[in-house]
Design a protein around this ligand. Structure first.
Ligand code: ADP
Ligand code: MG
Length: 264
């Protein structure tokens, strides 16, 4: 079993010194699904960026370990090799680099065999509803928002990391893609041999119908202000974040929205 342990994590924007994460404690083990939910600007993407080592942030206190190994001391690629995987809110287009080449290199860097990759890719593409012709095309180039997220989910299923951080897997997704992607992640978390631990960062409850959280944490202004079971997400559905922020929440649109497009 693998455990991602986040303890007293504080982080700021490197260029301005603005503190965004103000003491985060979280533990995610194999097979567990934790949802971190919070209003816009709470620090959700910052948390995912700091866990994965995106440049531009400075950790000022606390620790992040994966089975006792200090992740904060490692460059991003070594964190990935150790078993951490980030599904990005806005997947990057990489002209000139095909998906199957990316995955071949990723498997090699993990010391894993690549012979079965093509068969795995085809099977996963079918399962997630991702068109096979995209497998050999440049990564994410000209894909729709939904296709990009299917692509990200497919990479997760092929690479089989130990812990996956999903930053708003649901943003920009139509209802079919949302169902396919969240169902696939849920299945990975229930895998008998290698159950995935999931840290699902999301603004909306809609991700959590197929992907069933064992634990829900509410992040407000860089701090976890409440933790509980799946029922916490239901409270949010009816009451919004007002109960946790002490302010009226912004209206929660039901589909993808302009707010999705302009969020950092
Ligand atoms: P969320 O994902 O919960 O909406 P973010 O983590 O994206 O929130 O942002 C939290 C706060 O930090 C926001 O005020 C945002 O503007 C700021 N922020 C995040 N990343 C950067 C950055 N690289 N440069 C400047 N400000 C940033
Ligand atoms: Mg965000």
């Amino acid at each position: 079993m693998t455990v991602l342990s986040i303890s007293g994590l504080r982080a700021e924007i490197a260029s301005t010194g603005t503190e965004i994460l103000r003491g985060i404690d979280l533990e995610v083990a194999s097979g567990e699904v934790h949802a971190v939910m919070g209003p816009n600007g709470a620090g959700k993407s910052t948390l995912s960026a700091v866990l994965m080592g995106k440049p531009g942030y400075r950790v000022t206190a606390g620790s992040v370990t994966l089975d006792g190994v200090d992740m904060l001391a490692l460059p991003t690629w070594e964190r990935a090799v150790a078993g951490l995987h980030l599904v990005m809110q806005y997947p990057t287009e990489v002209p000139g680099v095909a998906l199957d080449d990316v995955l071949t290199e990723a498997l090699k860097s993990r010391g894993r065999a690549t012979e079965g990759l093509n068969a795995d890719l085809s099977a996963e593409a079918e399962r997630i509803g991702f068109e096979e012709r995209f497998l050999h095309r440049p990564l994410n180039v000209d894909l729709s928002g939904g296709e990009k997220k299917r692509n990200e989910t497919l990479q997760l299923a092929v690479l089989r990391p130990r812990i996956a951080i999903l930053d708003e897997l649901d943003s920009g997704l139509d209802i079919d893609a949302l169902r396919d992607c969240s169902r696939r992640v849920e299945d990975l978390s229930n895998d008998a041999e290698n159950p995935l631990g999931v840290l699902a960062i999301t603004h909306y409850n809609r991700l959590l119908t197929e992907l069933r959280p064992d634990h829900v944490h509410i992040l407000v202004k860089g701090q976890i202000v409440s933790s509980g079971g799946a029922e916490l997400a239901t409270v949010l559905e009816t009451d919004g974040y007002a109960a946790f922020t002490g302010q009226d929440d912004e209206p929660a649109p039901s589909g993808s929205s302009l707010d999705d497009l302009f969020r950092i």
